[in-house]
Each structure stands twice: as C-alpha cells, then as structure tokens.
Design a protein around this ligand. Structure first.
Ligand SMILES: [Ca+2]
Ligand SMILES: [Ca+2]
Length: 296
C-alpha cells in the first residue's frame, strides 16, 4: 500500500519535472537580438524567428522592437527573454513578442481548455528609464480558440493580462516581479483579463475586462458589443508575451512562464542563454574528469 503511494508520487514528480523546460537562445552569450527596423511585422516564418525547436518564436516585431533570449537581465540561471521598444509612442512605434504555439506533432493543438486551466504565472522585469507609461510592463496573452475545435479558425483571439487592468499604478523597476494571475488579489482571487477577438478588434473598455474566473465558467463571457464568447470549453493553444506598440521606449524581460491544466503536466519555461560550444566542451571534459575521479 505504502509502496504504491510512493511510486505514484514519484511518477507525478517525474511528470511535473518533465514539464519544466529550458528554452535556450540560438546564439551563445550575450544571446539573441532579434529585431526589425521596418514597419512590416515579422511572423514565425521570418528567418531567425524560431527559437531552436522549442515551438517558441520571436514574432510581431517591427519598428526597431527587439526580442531575444539574452543575458542582460538573468533570472533562474544566466538569462531571460529580453523585450525592448526603441521608438514611439507616436508615429511608427516598436512592437516585439515572444510566443509559444502548441504543436506537439507539427499541428497546432489545444494545450487544454479554459475550464481546466489551473495555473498561469510569469516573471517580468522592467528596467528604469524609458518613456513608456509608468504602469506598463510586458503583457501575458493566451491564444484562445472559442469553440475548442481547432478545425474552425475564425473564432480565435487573445485573453490578455496586464496590471493596468488590475488597479494599475507605477510598476516597480530594476527588480524581478512574479505575477500569479489566478491569485493576483489573494488566494483564489484572479486578475482581470481582456479580449482581442481576431478580425473583430480589441475589447478593453470598462466592463469588458473580467476576472479569469469568469472567462473559465461554462457560460464564460462575451465582451460588448460584438466580442467572442470565451468559456470553459474554449481551447488554449499558445502563450504570448510582449511589449508595444505605442508605448514609447522600454527595456525589460520575462522568464519562468508557467501554465497548467488539471490532469496534465505543468508547462514551465525558463529562458536561458545557450553555453558557447567551447564551454560545452569544457563542461563535457569536466564531467568526464569527475566521472573518472569517482571511478578511481
Ligand atoms: Ca532564466
Ligand atoms: Ca475553432
């Protein structure tokens, strides 16, 4: 009996450990600097957009926005995903995102439903300086398919978390923050999220931002006047973090993105700068020497 419980616990521990992933930069230190000076927005097919084979991508970059796993603001190791806006807010203002698309077999697929979502948190850092509003920080978005049927694609959008819709105020600078969307206002009291309905627009006016715990109900929520109904059966198929557009100048980073669904392993991503080939060889040599010492 005890043995069964222990082995079940061990399997669960292994399952959640397997969900924790390190996402390495494409380039050794200082890491990746993905940018685009033009007004044309990049996409996942832009050369250099894919972060290895992690299904994370540097996306929606324009007007000298910058994104890349980099060592400027290390967190939980040597790096984080840096996000910069170098121009704006007027005229051609910067935008840059880092986004995960769930495609375990090369086909876009649900991670889980909104109704089974049970964890959503991330770390972010805003450097002091810059002209972006004092309440701005890298936002967290979920890609949502409203009816949960991935064969119909005209019913999609984002749910977006940012502090500005949760009391706002100037955000701390030069210090890492952890925002736990499910427990933002205390244990079990979730933060407000607002909807972008692709093809219909942004629904971020008063009354249209709602606690996550409302969006996840069977009836969900439909923003006025013509937003989409997101509800417990809606599928989450990706995660997005970004800055801009229209912010002014901004420098910061995100790390330790976590999203979990009841009955499934936790997704947890730590952005890190890949060791240089030389240091990998040294690590290998060190490991070999240590192994030899252990055998001796
Ligand atoms: Ca990190
Ligand atoms: Ca659909």
């Amino acid at each position: 009996m005890n043995r069964t419980i222990l082995s079940t616990t061990a399997i669960l521990a292994l399952a959640s450990a397997a969900g924790a992933a390190t996402v390495f930069s494409n380039n050794p230190a200082p890491g990746d600097v993905f940018t685009n000076p033009t007004t044309t927005t990049t996409n996942i097919f832009t050369p250099g957009a894919a972060v290895g084979s992690s299904n994370w991508f540097y996306t929606n970059v324009r007007n000298n926005g910058v994104v890349g796993i980099h060592n400027a603001y290390p967190r939980s190791g040597n790096g984080s995903a840096r996000l910069e806006s170098l121009q704006g807010p007027a005229g051609n203002s910067s935008k840059a995102d880092i986004e995960y698309f769930h495609a375990p077999n090369g086909v876009l697929a649900p991670m889980g439903t909104l109704g089974s979502l049970n964890t959503l948190k991330y770390d972010w850092y805003r450097a002091s300086g810059g002209t972006a509003n004092a309440d701005q920080h890298a936002v967290l978005r979920l890609y949502i398919d409203a009816d949960g049927d991935m064969n119909t694609t005209n019913d999609r959008g984002y749910l977006i978390y940012e502090r500005a819709y949760n009391g706002g105020g100037a955000v701390p600078t030069d210090a890492w923050q952890t925002d736990d969307v499910f427990n933002y206002f205390g244990a079990g009291s979730s933060a407000n999220l607002w909807q972008v309905a692709f093809g219909l627009g942004n629904f971020d006016t008063a009354g249209n931002w709602q606690p996550l715990s409302v969006w996840t109900q069977p009836g969900g929520f439909t923003p006025a006047p013509n937003g989409r109904n997101f509800n417990a059966a809606s599928a989450v198929y990706g995660v997005s973090l970004g800055v801009g557009s229209g912010w002014g100048t901004y420098d910061g980073a995100v790390d330790n993105v976590m999203i979990g669904f009841t009955g499934a392993p936790m997704y947890s991503w730590n952005f890190e700068v890949v060791p240089a080939p030389g240091s990998l060889a040294l690590l290998g040599l060190g490991g070999l020497l240590a192994a030899r010492r252990r055998r001796a």
